[in-house]
Design a protein around this ligand. Structure first.
Ligand code: PEP
Ligand code: MG
Length: 755
């Protein structure tokens, strides 16, 4: 039998139907209303390749050196062509088509999704590309099933299996074919209050298909229902401007305006809420844990589309780790020195004064690194350390950024920690308050950064404004992705390049251009893979010359009086495009490998000419700016004031780099501690530039975002959401608070609009 119906599938049929098929089967089996469908079994794929005699050829075609991207591409193409070019046996075709014809009226729109049998292994990368085809009818069905089979051999999948030494012939793939529900209303339901764990059901609902609610393009109605009594305690009716529907002509999913009479109408009736409550009880009982359910109402019936467990926020409530605990207040007496609290958390340990790189191996697990300034080579030691203290640097220094990403408490810019402290001293650092005290804190009073204290899969509030995360070191990708952020708003490649220990020019001299491109591909891929398919905005190189000077080859860098105003960002890329071109080649390679979630971001542009020249280079590198998402950083007043010209140059997004925008607007060097007291990202002039730019971008359909540090500050979040920014990218440790802040502001705006 080539297919099995979801009704006949059970959770332990994983080998037959893959992870996705098994979980849908389990829901169906539990008596929950799941849209009808069937699975083309993994055995069908296996028989297809074996009976046609293409299995040996297939598996040997993909045995290639995974670091050789040309070979990888060839392997993918060979496997894909082999599968797509081999006809499906007649009996299998008939069986799949017969099954399709018995769904609905025989001409239903179905979703066709790959469901790999190795999907539930700890490393899901063993599986395929997770191909999904929506709105499929009979004509395309068989080809789409084959395309799902071929997705087992995407470049990404081959790369990972080869890298992990996982045999290709041990992975099979099933294909789920399920009726698409043309929902009139849809949304999500939490069977417990997602933050407090109270026995309340929270339902979010909007008109049309679920995509709009799940992706956050619409603010949904919100209902809080008491599970004991079934009473709707609160119903907040949103202004639902858009909805997602299926276009009757083309069959495609499109966004439409909600008809004016329905915008403020309540989406769910009390009967529908009662039915959802009933299903919520059933699904929670079945899995024995609180669930986060996607549902839809179609033709008067409530359907369940997906269900996954929710982990409630740790006991004691959110944010307890970030709050003042009284003890640290009283500890003022023994504060030896102060600096900037750059990465939250309290840690005690032995101070290790690191003055030279070769002192690094003396840093043991649990030590506190005390150094003038951290450098990329120190990252492995920083990972071992319990805390980090530096003499120099501000909130945007290497030490601050990396320690936040690693989740290690840090105090930076103390002035003279390396001379005040003695190697071996036992100290306690507080990365929130920026203090260093003598002696040790009892272990139970030390605390890890907030993110660590929280569940691995945090409950993410639904917000219309996307909340993303900043990443600078690929090693932090996993931690960043675990925040539930909607993507990466800024991936800086500087840290990857600085880690080479040599200027790009010197590195290329010694290792060749190809090796340089490979380094970027490898670093970016790690993040793009971790987040896939969530978008990752990768910025081309923007390191000031003083950072390059510390590297081998740095002696050739120009000596600049103020590197912040100097040879960096796109101006350097355009002036001497050799290195910039290689970065673009790396992007091109990543696109070719299937990382269509990568977006290109250009740093420090001033005007349309900068953008148009950079765009020419993109085209030369084989990147089609019309097909890829790309945009610019808004870091200079010039860029903010020229935003309409930048939009005309074709950008898709503009992202505020407030670290630079503040320094260039206020004429305050961000690295100069003598003027640090007047460095103010919330200065009215900075806010005016940002506010006006958002307004202009909204008029011309360019997305806006922030990726400077200020995006992690509640006041900036309030200002931006109020102005209608499209997304906010925060530091890893701040993502959760920003998600909640955004939600609060959106709800307030909503209430204001209906009052
Ligand atoms: C900024 O300027 O705000 C920014 C994010 O870029 P960087 O800190 O790397 O200059
Ligand atoms: Mg910048």
């Amino acid at each position: 039998m080539a297919v099995v119906w979801l009704d006949d599938v059970r959770a332990d049929d994983l080998d037959l139907v893959g992870g996705k098929g098994a979980s849908l089967g389990e829901l169906t089996g539990a008596g929950l209303p799941v849209p009808p469908g069937f699975v083309v079994t993994a055995g069908t794929y296996r028989a297809f390749i074996e009976d046609a005699g293409i299995d040996d050829e297939l598996f040997s075609a993909v045995e290639v050196d995974h670091e050789d991207s040309a070979a990888l591409k060839e392997a993918h193409e060979a496997a894909h062509d082999l599968i797509m070019g081999t006809p499906m046996p007649e009996d299998v075709r008939e069986e799949i088509l017969d099954a399709y014809r018995s769904i609905g009226d025989g001409d239903a729109y179905v979703a066709v999704r790959s469901s790999a049998t190795a999907e539930d292994l700890p490393d899901a990368s063993f599986a395929g590309q997770q191909e999904t085809f929506l709105n499929v009818q009979e004509e395309a069905l068989l080809e789409d099933v084959k395309a799902c089979w071929a997705s087992l051999f995407s470049e990404r999948a081959i790369y990972y299996r080869n890298r992990k030494g996982f045999p290709h012939d041990k992975v099979d793939i099933a294909v789920v074919v399920q009726q698409m529900v043309d929902s009139e209303k849809s949304g999500v339901m939490f069977t417990r209050h997602p933050s407090t764990g109270e026995k309340k059901v929270i339902i979010e609902a909007a008109w049309g298909l679920g995509e709009a609610v799940v992706s956050g393009t619409v603010s949904p109605d919100n209902y809080v229902v008491n599970r004991e009594t079934g009473d709707v305690e609160t119903a907040t009716i949103a202004d639902k401007k858009t909805m997602c529907i299926r276009d009757k002509e083309t069959g495609q999913t499109v966004d439409r305006e909600v008809p004016s009479e329905k915008r403020h109408e309540r989406v769910l009736t009390n009967d529908e809420i009662a039915r959802l409550l009933e299903l919520g009880e059933l699904v929670e009982d079945h899995y024995e844990t609180p669930q986060d359910v996607e549902w839809a109402v179609y033709d008067g019936e409530v359907y369940m589309l997906q269900s996954r467990p929710i982990t409630t926020i740790s006991e004691g409530g959110e944010n307890d780790a970030a709050s003042d605990d009284g003890k640290s207040k009283n500890a003022g007496d023994d504060v030896i020195m102060r600096g900037l609290g750059a990465s939250p958390g309290i840690a005690s340990g032995r101070a290790r004064i690191v003055t030279k790189l070769d002192h690094l191996d003396q840093v043991a697990e649990g030590d506190i690194i005390v150094t003038e300034m951290t450098m990329p080579d120190m990252v492995p030691a920083m990972k071992r350390a319990a805390g980090i203290v530096t003499d120099e640097g501000g909130m945007t220094s290497h030490a601050a950024i990396v320690s936040r990403e690693l989740g290690v408490p840090a105090v930076v810019g103390t002035g003279d920690a390396t001379s005040t402290l003695t190697d071996g001293d036992i100290v306690t650092i507080d990365g929130d308050k920026g203090t260093i005290r003598e002696g040790e804190m009892p272990e139970e009073e030390q605390r890890q950064p907030v993110e660590e204290a929280r569940p691995k899969t945090p409950v993410k509030p639904m917000t219309a404004t996307e909340v993303k995360v900043n990443v600078s070191i690929p090693e932090a990708a996993e931690r960043a992705a675990a925040t539930g952020a909607d993507g990466v708003g800024l991936l800086r490649i500087e840290h990857m390049v600085l880690t080479l220990g040599k200027t790009p020019e010197r590195y290329i001299e010694q290792n060749g251009e190809r090796a340089y491109v490979d380094e970027i591909v490898t670093g970016v891929r790690e993040v793009a893979e971790e987040f896939y398919p969530r978008p990752v905005r990768v910025r081309t190189l923007d390191a000031p010359t003083d950072e390059f000077r510390q590297l081998e080859g740095g002696e050739n860098e120009p000596r600049e009086h103020n590197p912040m105003l100097g040879y960096r960002g796109i101006r350097r890329g355009l002036d001497n495009p050799n290195i910039f071109r290689l970065e673009l080649q790396a992007f091109r390679r990543l696109f070719d490998m299937g990382y269509d979630n990568i977006e290109v971001m250009l740093p420090l542009v001033n005007d349309a000419e900068d953008v148009l020249r950079a765009k020419e280079h993109m085209i030369e590198a084989g990147i089609d700016p019309d097909k890829r998402e790309w945009g610019v950083m808004i870091e200079t007043p010039a860029a903010a004031l020229c935003i309409r010209d930048l939009a005309d140059a074709g950008i898709d997004f503009a992202s505020f780099g407030t670290n630079d925008l503040t320094q260039y607007t206020l004429a305050v060097d961000r690295n100069n501690e003598h003027v640090a007291n007047i460095y103010d990202e919330l200065h009215p002039a900075v806010l005016k530039l940002i506010g006006d730019t958002i307004e202009a971008c909204r008029e011309v359909g360019v997305k806006t975002s922030i990726c400077g540090q200020a995006g992690s500050k509640p006041k900036m979040v309030q200002f931006l959401v109020d102005k209608g920014v499209s997304s906010i990218s925060a530091n890893i440790d701040a993502v959760r608070d920003v998600q909640h802040e955004v939600k609060r502001v959106e709800q307030r705006l909503l209430l204001d609009s209906v009052r």
